[in-house]
Every structure is written in structure tokens, then in C-alpha cells.
Design a protein around this ligand. Structure first.
Ligand SMILES: Nc1nc2c([nH]c(=O)n2[C@@H]2O[C@H](COP(=O)(O)OP(=O)(O)OP(=O)(O)O)[C@@H](O)[C@H]2O)c(=O)[nH]1
Length: 135
């Protein structure tokens, strides 16, 4: 059965202590309560990087320059109603202070502890890539 492809961009923001930022999806949304990497859907006509930069301002109130976004890996996962294709970038530099702008709970987590936080099924393989890079 063919499914529509949904393009979502996400980022592992890494702080000076090598911790990664995750956000908990608020109640009422799909996959509520699960922890995810900041990001969101790419709008029509938007580049993946522009979408991510926009989402980071909207969700976290930070400004990221495009050269500070490095491709890390991607997720490809069949959900019930769509197939998710999600490039994951890594970013170690941004301007401003990370703050929850959309009612989400934020947490800086050591890579080895990421598996303690339930994440959407698509994210599971991404954790290994982060551990390889950071742990
Ligand atoms: N940002 C982000 N989205 C993820 C991750 N893993 C994952 O499966 N997704 C899925 O990718 C989509 C992200 O879209 P979004 O964040 O713009 O969507 P949304 O919650 O506003 O809308 P939605 O309630 O329709 O899903 C969601 O379906 C979400 O479940 C992740 O680590 N980060």
C-alpha cells in the first residue's frame, strides 16, 4: 500500500557538556508525552534548513545560522497514516537562550541517558548515531 511521504526536519542541539536537547510533546497532540528532537514539518517551497531554522525560533526562541547545521543521519519510518522521512541535523552553536515557547517541557540529556526517555518509534535508530558521535 502506498503512503504519503511526510518530510520533517529535526536537530540534536548539543551543549558544552555534550548534552542533547529533547522536548516532550504536550498533551492533546499526537504521540503526546513522548520525547523528541526539536523540529517540525517542512512547508511547501521551504528548504529543510530554512524550515529547521524557523522551527527553532518558534519552539525555542533561538537563532541558528545555516552553516551551524550539520547533517548527521535520518529516520525513515512507516507510521499508520504516512511515511516519515526525517533528516536529523546536529548543531552546537546558536544565538539566544533555549526556552520552551510552545508549552513543551525541555530537557538536556547525556547521550547515554537518551534511552531512558520514551521517544517516537522513528527516533530509535537515531539514538545509536548520536551515541556513536558523542558518547
Ligand atoms: N520534531 C520531531 N518530530 C518527530 C520526531 N519523531 C517523530 O516521529 N516525529 C513526527 O514528525 C511529525 C512532526 O511534525 P510536527 O511536530 O510539525 O507536527 P505537530 O506535532 O505540530 O503536528 P501533528 O500533531 O499533526 O503531528 C509528527 O508526526 C511527529 O510525531 C522527532 O524526533 N522530532
Amino acid at each position: 500500500m502506498s503512503q504519503s511521504l511526510l518530510l520533517v526536519v529535526a536537530v540534536a542541539l548539543v551543549d558544552q557538556d555534550m548534552r542533547v536537547l529533547i522536548a516532550q510533546r504536550p498533551p492533546g497532540k499526537t504521540l503526546a508525552g513522548l520525547w523528541e528532537f526539536p523540529g517540525g514539518k517542512v512547508e511547501p517551497g521551504e528548504s529543510p534548513e530554512a524550515a529547521l531554522i524557523r522551527e527553532l525560533t518558534e519552539e525555542l526562541g533561538i537563532t541558528v545560522a545555516e552553516p551551524c547545521l550539520a547533517p548527521l543521519t535520518f529516520a525513515s519510518h512507516a507510521y499508520e497514516h504516512f511515511h516519515l522521512l526525517m533528516p536529523l541535523y546536529i548543531c552546537r552553536r546558536w544565538q539566544g537562550f533555549v526556552s520552551p515557547r510552545e508549552g513543551q517541557t525541555l530537557k538536556w540529556v547525556a547521550p547515554r541517558a537518551l534511552r531512558d526517555y520514551p521517544m517516537p518509534p522513528a527516533d530509535e535508530p537515531l539514538i545509536s548515531a548520536l551515541l556513536d558521535l558523542l558518547a
